[in-house]
Design a protein around this ligand. Structure first.
Ligand code: THG
Length: 292
């Protein structure tokens, strides 16, 4: 699995001020730490960057490239900032992300081609969030068609079905999984990604990793190609690298309908099983889902 580190973002208490003040030390420390943690890409999330976004993106790309050769994922809704980042990036960059609003497509699809980048295709349409798996499928097909018109190969499109918090609306989460199961038939050459930490938004911090890890394992069953992750969850990285096959097996068995006796499992295994049940909607989410 291809891992994209999410930690270098403008919302972070250390990174936000450093980006605004162009203070390289915190940015370079974060980039180095993410690289050492073992991610494949470093996401550079500068937000909407309405004011001098081009300068900010070029600066952060150069600053990060000063300490690591990792591939970069460029995350901003400002197309001028995006182009400045693409110009500064040495390797093949990943545009995070392009949604299906006509103005976004018109401005950003040509950039994918011009800079030989790859792109995350965010399944967010003119009417906002797709309501179910079929609407996601229609958006994905539409996106592939428009990208193809712009000369972009399907291999350069990483479809993001938009993962939503488990604590908010379980049907949206189910739709995301249902769509992921369909994607390999709809678009076998396309890649896929999700922002894994979205699922645990609103969950107490110390419990978030269980949701993130279990969700990743569940999506791996449907062939998930990549994920945007907390680079500092070493257990999650270890699972993604194939070092925890027993946990992966267990989660996949439970998805297939196996109902292991929780008393026969280790405490850790039982947590994963309970978390699968919450993510599938079989059990109701509450902050105390692991204790029930
Ligand atoms: N798809 C795509 N890109 C994305 C997302 C997605 N980028 C943004 C987001 N979703 C994924 N990245 C994050 C980054 C941080 C957090 C969640 C998702 C997060 N941060 C802590 C918080 O808000 O509590 C704060 C951590 C800090 O202070 O640094 O939860 O879905 N294509």
């Amino acid at each position: 699995m291809v891992l994209i580190g999410e930690n270098l973002n403008i919302m972070s208490r250390t990174i936000g001020p450093a980006l605004k003040e162009k203070n390289p030390a915190p940015v370079q420390e974060m980039a180095k730490a993410e690289a050492e943690a073992g991610v494949d890409y470093i996401d550079l999330n500068i937000g909407p960057a309405r004011k001098a976004g081009d300068e900010m993106m070029a600066w952060v790309v150069e600053t990060v490239q000063g300490v690591t050769d990792k591939a970069l994922s460029l995350d901003t809704t400002n197309p001028v900032a995006m182009e400045a980042g693409l110009k500064a990036a040495k390797g093949k960059a990943l545009i995070n992300s392009i949604s299906l609003q006509p103005d976004r497509l018109e401005q950003e699809l040509p950039l994918v081609k011009k800079y030989n980048a790859s792109m995350i295709g965010l399944l967010w349409g003119v009417e906002g969030m797709p309501r179910d798996a079929n609407e996601r499928a229609m958006l994905a097909v539409d996106l592939m068609y428009k990208a193809s018109e712009a000369g972009i190969a399907n291999e350069d499109i990483w479809i993001d079905p938009i993962l939503t918090p488990v604590s908010v609306e379980i049907n949206q989460l189910k739709a995301c999984f249902e769509f992921m199961a369909m994607l390999k038939d709809i678009a076998p050459e396309c890649k896929s990604t999700v922002g894994l930490s979205n699922i645990s938004n609103g969950t107490p911090n110390h419990l978030r990793p269980y949701l993130n890890r279990t969700c990743m394992i569940m999506l791996m069953k449907h062939g998930l190609y990549s994920a945007i992750v907390d680079a500092f969850d070493s257990e999650l990285i270890s699972i993604a690298r194939g070092n925890k096959p027993e946990i992966v097996d267990l989660v996949h068995r439970v998805m297939d309908g196996d109902k292991p006796d929780l008393a026969s499992l280790s405490e850790e295994e039982a947590k994963y099983v309970k978390t699968v049940r919450v993510i599938t909607g079989e059990a109701l989410y509450s902050h105390s889902w692991l204790e029930i």
